[in-house]
Design a protein around this ligand. Structure first.
Ligand code: SAM
Ligand code: DTB
Ligand code: SF4
Length: 338
């Protein structure tokens, strides 16, 4: 049977998800080896270009204005500061630079113009540029693509059924619409979710089902473990155990064989051996750097030591080509006289 499918049933995904853990990891490792260079890990670096003060009520998020989390609200960063951070990320081996803004949605104003400048300038550093700015319409997605944006991160976070338990200020369909707008603009899609939001295994399977039945799978699938932050409604949630994370990663790897599965937030809680199991289960991307957006991440040197011990190699930028350029080629071929 073809490995790359978008007609998965929930039952088929559940059957994979429920396999004994080590069998599941072995199956995922074999799928990983078939579609990727084993041991090659993409390094992304994150920068919060606009921190805090967000109008949304995402129950996990330290940047929501309505929760007292101690995150200081900051205006949109200046272009030159962003370029310094991007240069440092590149020097540290990152191939992707992701800029995050605590916005509900993009607005057509001077802040967006500045973000477009950031995209253009970071692109010149030969980094894959990624943004996560909240909801975007078709026109805004096209402007980002025109500026040279490589990828857009927009997580579906959990299952359609559980979504309203965590977020009430927007709907699951709003998220899916933005992802469709990004896809239409030819930008690489980065979309995954968080475990530890009080969801059931059925919700985890439902989230993977939504992603794996998209007409095109997201090129990147971040799997975050909730980083509980004091002041947020989910601060006291039960800690995600490492086997739950491995199970999620391995199932994602099997149902979306070609995608990069990113072991994302929550790595600070994992030992080296636990992270090794995540890589074995098909994770082939991480966020590196001492900070995620507002919460801590493993020290850069500790990650480099982990790469050395496990024999991991950083993946080069643009190893999979540039989606916007690929799209432009397809468009120009469509217009060639036959
Ligand atoms: N505001 C934009 C949005 O919501 O799409 C972009 C930034 S938002 C912080 C990006 C993603 O970070 C969220 O979709 C969520 O999946 C993840 N995230 C936020 N807080 C988190 C936490 N405490 N633990 C794990 N992941 C978190
Ligand atoms: C994603 O899936 N995880 C990253 C990135 N995409 C933007 C964000 C994690 C944020 C964790 C909480 C924080 O540092 O504020
Ligand atoms: Fe705002 Fe994004 Fe945080 Fe939700 S996840 S509160 S939209 S910054």
């Amino acid at each position: 049977m073809n490995d790359i499918r978008n007609n998965w049933t929930r039952e088929e995904i559940a059957e994979i998800f429920d396999r004994p853990l080590l069998s599941l990891v072995l199956d995922a490792a074999m799928m990983h080896r078939k579609y990727h260079t084993f041991g090659e890990v993409q390094i992304s670096s994150l920068l919060s270009i606009k921190t805090g003060g967000c109008s949304e009520d995402c129950g996990y998020c330290p940047q929501a204005a309505r929760y007292q989390t101690g995150v200081k609200v900051e205006a949109l960063m200046q272009l030159d500061e962003v370029l310094v951070a991007a240069g440092k990320a590149k020097a540290g081996g990152a191939s992707r630079f992701c800029m995050g803004a605590a916005w509900r949605q993009v607005r057509d104003n001077s802040d967006f113009d500045r973000v477009l400048e950031m995209v253009k300038e970071v692109n010149k550093l030969d980094l894959e540029v990624c943004c996560t700015l909240g909801m975007v319409n078709e026109y805004q997605a096209q402007r980002l693509a025109d500026a040279g944006l490589y990828a857009y991160n927009h997580n579906i976070d959990t299952s359609a059924e559980h979504y309203h338990e965590v977020i009430t200020t927007r709907t699951y369909d709003d998220r899916l619409n933005t992802i469709a707008n990004v896809r239409k603009a030819g930008i690489s899609v980065c979309s995954g979710g968080i475990i530890g939001l009080g969801e059931t295994n059925d919700d985890r399977i439902g989230m993977l089902h939504t992603l794996a039945t998209m007409a095109m799978h997201p090129e990147s699938v971040p799997v975050n473990a909730l980083v509980p932050v004091e002041g947020t409604p989910l601060a006291e949630n039960k800690k995600v155990s490492f086997d739950e994370l491995v199970r999620m990663i391995a199932t994602a790897r099997i149902v979306m064989p070609n995608s990069a599965v990113r072991l994302s937030a929550g790595r600070l809680e994992l030992s080296l051996a636990e992270q090794a199991m995540c890589f074995m289960a098909g994770a082939n991307s991480i966020f590196a750097g001492d900070k995620l957006l507002t919460t801590p991440n493993p020290e850069f040197n500790a990650d480099m030591e982990m790469f050395r011990i496990l024999g991991l190699k950083p993946k080069a930028a643009f190893a999979d080509g540039h989606p916007v350029k690929r799209q432009a080629e397809v468009n120009s071929m469509e217009h060639e006289p036959c």
